[in-house]
Design a protein. Structure first.
Length: 288
């Protein structure tokens, strides 16, 4: 059976229009059922750089064990086989450690940019990826202000990899693997509102220890991961110049100053994806 031209151009047109307005209609992910977002508070003043969270994350997701500390550079990024890293920064107060992973934005740019809803903001807060829906456009990678999603270029069946806050564990009442057994209590899992209260309490009780900022409170519209630090966040490689409103709120697009080809190609791919998907379903029915 041939390609359904009407279906193709219908999907293409809707996809292109959606992109052109910055997906305003679906950009704001609200908790309509009254369930509060959950998140994690990371306290860089308490972290001793043991990297236990890296190993626990690797075990929970079936990744290879991280390399020994002596074999790795001080500054790393996450990759398709590593959802989190702990880096060491030389700062104005000596060595300070910082954990990096997906930030689980309150209104994620990756979700707004995903044409097939493969990226999804769950009602509990974690941002997850569904491989059955992904068409491989990688626009989530382009849109993320934190450079979190990573693509398995080496794989014959590639996935988008990033921290999912151990969503499968959360559904059974368990905390994320990284926050389960932190020996110095540098990681705290809970409702975002409670984490904000705890962060403010620590800053109030020890004003000389922390900078007067909770990173993630407002950055990019707010994030599920919140940070406390004894030094300015710029010294830890965190971008402190991100806008405070969410990126999907830019109705002129995050399409955000990228070339127009990034607008047109995903729309084209969306049309191809939907049309070929319908075509395969029709072929299966014919075979029956």
């Amino acid at each position: 059976m041939g390609l359904n031209r009407r279906s193709f151009f219908k999907v293409l047109g809707v996809s292109g229009m959606t992109l052109a307005i910055g997906r305003e209609a679906n950009a704001s992910v609200k908790n309509d059922n009254g369930v509060e977002f959950y998140g994690i508070l990371y306290d860089a003043a308490r972290c001793k750089g043991c990297r236990g969270c890296e190993f626990d994350c690797a075990t929970a997701h079936g990744f290879p064990d991280p390399p020994p500390s002596k074999d790795i550079p001080a500054i790393r990024k996450t990759d398709p086989t590593c959802n989190t890293v702990v880096n060491t920064y030389k700062t104005s107060k000596g060595d300070v450690f910082i954990k990096r992973q997906c930030m689980h934005c309150n209104e994620p740019a990756c979700v707004a940019a995903c044409l097939t809803q493969a990226m999804h903001k769950t009602k509990m807060g974690p941002v997850t990826w569904d491989g059955d829906k992904c068409m491989g456009c990688r626009y989530c990678m382009v849109s993320c202000p934190f450079d979190s999603p990573k693509f398995e270029y080496f794989s014959a069946n590639p996935k988008i990899q990033k921290c999912d806050m151990c969503f499968d564990r959360l559904k059974t009442g368990e905390p994320p693997a990284c926050a389960f057994n932190c020996p110095n209590e540098a990681l705290m899992y809970g409702k975002r509102r409670d984490l904000m209260k705890e962060a403010r309490r620590r800053m109030y009780e020890k004003p000389g220890l922390y900078v007067d900022q909770i990173y993630g409170e407002h950055a990019a519209g707010g994030t599920g991961w919140l940070y406390l630090s004894p030094v300015p966040f710029e010294e830890l490689g965190l971008n402190n110049k991100l806008q405070q409103s969410s990126y999907p709120a830019l109705t002129t697009g995050f399409l955000y100053s990228v070339p127009s080809v990034f607008v047109l190609v995903p729309a084209l791919l969306a049309g191809i994806y939907q049309a070929t998907k319908n075509n395969h379903l029709n072929e299966e029915k014919d075979d029956e």
